[in-house]
Design a protein around this ligand. Structure first.
Ligand code: ARG
Length: 439
């Protein structure tokens, strides 16, 4: 997938601070602004909800610290795809690429487009279908920009990265020091919540994205040292921000409003800043979501494009072709967008993000477990980063992953089956393509 980057001559140009910004920028997107309500509803009480954000963060951190050891030992581009291929065998890397191309990236893009439309509802009230149409419309716009020039995508990305820190800092800063505390008072545990496991699952969408930095290992200065540092600092920073953000929301809004609101982030901003400030912060949130949408569509297209170049998927030639005039992977971009439109019409934000988290965590959990394989295959060397508290940290990461997978299978067997089914559908394709290409 991202070994497309290996085919070009890479320059080691990404510095420590840029890599750190990449980690934080890829994680913070839509989740923190949209998930507080559903997490609270599933967790039952505000304190349990904050605990769920903490537990989701710790599972993420344990996994990230472990994968960082692999990243330090195998400092090549391609990220998890490369690690799974080298530690478990090529077919596992292939399945990850397949799942990313057909579920994870297009479903992410779909969820982010829905998030954009949901937050736009703050300015112009929309019904269900109008919201879906707006989601498709914004996706079409971002697609067009990325087809015309990668440069436009890059500009959107930079503006959005700055834009997203404004609402976060605003709500956290003012929220923590306000003395209102409506959400914390008068708690009646919600009936109908799906429980603590589902609450943690909800937070994992918001925490996902840190691994993207490992795709770029080949372009980072001194990756074996830099990656473990930026991953741990970045994830710890985001955990702090998310926990504080939730405390601020609970202080700003009454319990029932957080649960029933489609846009808890915007409502908290309005309660804290009045309607003018609310509009300003909401605009910042929309920019943040737009940036994530753009970033994920851009990255998404690179997966089928690279797999097509290696003739690993059906319609390889079409999918990997570069637009003659614009020099962009236009067909791969269109392919990802068509899948995303199907997802936009078939699911809501929360069902899409849960499906995606489930499927991705199958591979994350394998990645975390990979530390044990790594230590056998490539015993630790002096001076190379090692995961702290081995074997406790990777065990915690694997246990967290198994817990997430098991609780999803139990609470939503159908969705899990769909996810596992699509994943395994990659297997026959892999063998057919291998036969065809004699690779
Ligand atoms: N953390 C991001 C957000 O809150 C979403 C990450 C999506 N992850 C992915 N692998 N596509 O918006």
């Amino acid at each position: 997938m991202n070994d497309i980057m290996n085919t070009k001559l890479l320059t080691k140009s990404i510095t420590f601070m840029q890599a750190l910004a990449l980690v934080v920028g890829m994680i913070i997107g839509s989740g923190i602004f949209l998930k507080p309500g559903i997490v609270l509803n599933n967790a039952g009480t505000p304190w349990m909800s904050i605990l769920a954000w903490g537990v989701g963060g710790i599972i993420t951190l344990a996994s990230a610290l472990s994968v960082a050891e692999i990243a330090a030992a195998i400092p090549k581009s391609g990220g998890l795809y490369t690690y799974l291929s080298e530690l478990y065998g090529g077919v596992f890397g292939y399945l990850l690429g397949w799942v990313q191309a057909v579920i994870s990236y297009p479903a992410s893009v779909a969820a982010l487009a829905i998030a954009f439309a949901t937050y736009s509802g703050y300015f112009l009230p929309l019904n269900h279908w109008q919201q879906k149409l707006l989601a498709v419309g914004i996706l079409a716009f971002i697609l067009l920009m990325n087809v015309i020039a990668t440069r436009f995508g890059g500009i959107i990305q930079t503006v959005a990265t700055v834009g997203k820190l404004i609402p976060v800092a605003g709500i956290v800063g003012v929220g923590l020091f306000s003395d209102l505390a409506p959400g914390f008072g008068g708690i009646s545990p919600a009936a109908g919540g799906a429980g603590f496991g589902a609450a943690v699952l909800g937070t994992l969408w918001a925490y996902d994205g840190w691994i993207s930095v490992t795709n770029m290992a080949g372009e980072i200065k001194n990756p074996a040292k830099t990656l473990p540092k930026v991953i741990s600092i970045g994830v710890i920073f985001v955990i702090g921000v998310y926990v504080l953000f939730n405390i601020a929301v609970f202080k700003a809004l009454p319990y029932d409003q957080i649960i029933s609101s489609q846009t808890p982030g915007a409502d908290a901003a309005e309660a804290l800043f009045g309607s003018g400030g609310g509009a300003f912060i909401t605009a910042g949130i929309i920019v943040s979501v737009l940036g994530a949408l753009n970033g994920y569509l851009m990255t998404a297209a690179r997966v089928p494009q690279a797999m097509g170049e290696k003739r690993q998927i059906p319609f390889s030639r079409v999918l990997s072709s570069i637009h003659p005039k614009f020099q962009t992977p236009a067909n791969a971009l269109i392919f990802q967008s068509v899948l995303a439109v199907i997802y936009i019409f078939s699911g809501t934000f929360n069902t899409l993000t849960d499906l995606l988290v489930f499927v991705l965590w199958i591979f994350f959990t394998m990645g975390v477990f990979g530390v044990f394989i790594l230590r056998k295959k490539m015993p630790p060397q002096k001076g190379r980063y090692r995961v702290p508290l081995y074997p406790f940290t990777p065990i915690l990461g694997v246990a967290g992953g198994v817990y997430i997978l098991a609780s999803t299978i139990m609470s939503d067997p159908l969705r899990s089956l769909v996810g596992i089914g699509i994943t395994l559908a990659g297997l026959p394709i892999y063998y057919v393509m291998i036969r065809k290409n004699r690779v």
